[in-house]
Design a protein around this ligand. Structure first.
Ligand code: NAP
Length: 257
């Protein structure tokens, strides 16, 4: 079939941009899926253990006039990541995921003195190795298509270090280092790699924290909303951010600069 200018279907197909958000089922990832949908992306909503929550995200994407699909894999398992993404590529010949938001993350806090091997290993495996498995698989197509946006959700904890989070701080600091290194590897091909470092944001991850006590340390005197993180990710995913790479952008209400 020829790509006739008067064929809206083909024009739309050619213009369709694909974005993958790991951990899109809840919290910050859900807000990112919604923002990307509003910005015209077809959104692949990744989830691991929360299919119902992921389905809610997808319906919110559609409510915003967008489209997308669910894609299940555990970012900490290389075979699952590569299997699910290869399967998607097999069904979507010629389509390229040009935006990757590495958002999936967990925390398992403990003082280092008492930290169990699994608490250390699980947090590194999901937050750091998960970034590696997903990014390594998708970056090749971004380089070939000479456009890509990789946005890694890190944390204040990976910049400042937070007591009780040696595992999480190490993982997020590791992703920050990888962000800066990879940004230099791929810049010539129009692929940018940036990190966004939230402070305290309302989500399941922060539900058990004492907000009344913690907010006293935050100049804005409140926790942030997932949507307030998603906005900058929407910008970094767009063509407008073309000269920003290797950056770490704080979204923390002034808590730490
Ligand atoms: P959340 O509400 O707990 O959501 C975490 C998301 O990660 C869920 O969608 C979850 O999916 C997914 N996930 C966890 N393990 C996964 C795995 N192995 N494979 C695939 N998906 C997995 O947390 P959030 O606050 O939105 O956190 C999102 C990101 O922001 C994380 O990287 C977190 O470290 C970072 N962050 C959060 C804050 C904060 O204050 N909330 C601050 C700084 C940084 P399932 O439920 O489907 O498994």
């Amino acid at each position: 079939m020829k790509n006739e200018p008067d064929s809206p279907l083909l024009i739309n197909f050619a213009a369709m941009k694909y974005a993958l958000v790991t951990g899109g089922s809840k919290g910050i990832g859900r807000a990112v899926c919604c923002t990307l949908a509003e910005n015209g992306f077809y959104v692949l909503v990744n989830f691991n253990s929360s299919p119902e929550e992921a389905a809610i995200t997808l319906s919110l994407v559609k409510d915003r006039g967008g489209d997308g699909e669910l894609i299940k894999f555990d970012v900490s398992r290389q075979e699952e990541v590569e299997g699910a993404l290869a399967e998607w590529q097999g069904r979507n010949d010629g389509k390229v995921i040009q935006v990757l938001v590495n958002n999936a993350g967990i925390r398992k806090d403990a003082l280092l003195m008492w930290m169990k091997n699994e608490e250390w290993a699980d947090v590194l495996q999901t937050n750091l190795n998960g970034f590696f498995f997903t990014t390594r698989f998708l970056i090749k197509d971004m380089l070939i298509s000479k456009f890509g946006r990789i946005i890694n959700i890190v944390s204040l904890s990976g910049i400042k270090g937070l007591p009780g989070q040696a595992n999480y701080s190490a993982a997020k600091a590791g992703v920050i280092g990888a962000t800066k290194a990879l940004a230099q590897e791929v810049a010539k091909k129009n692929v940018t790699v940036n990190a966004v470092a939230p402070g305290f944001i309302h989500s399941d991850m922060t539900r058990d924290l004492d907000e009344a006590q913690l907010k006293a340390m935050i100049p804005m005197n409140r926790f942030g909303k997932p949507e307030e993180v998603a906005e900058i990710i929407g910008f970094l995913a767009s063509e407008k951010s073309s000269y920003i790479t290797g950056a770490v952008i704080n979204v923390n209400g002034g808590l730490y600069t």
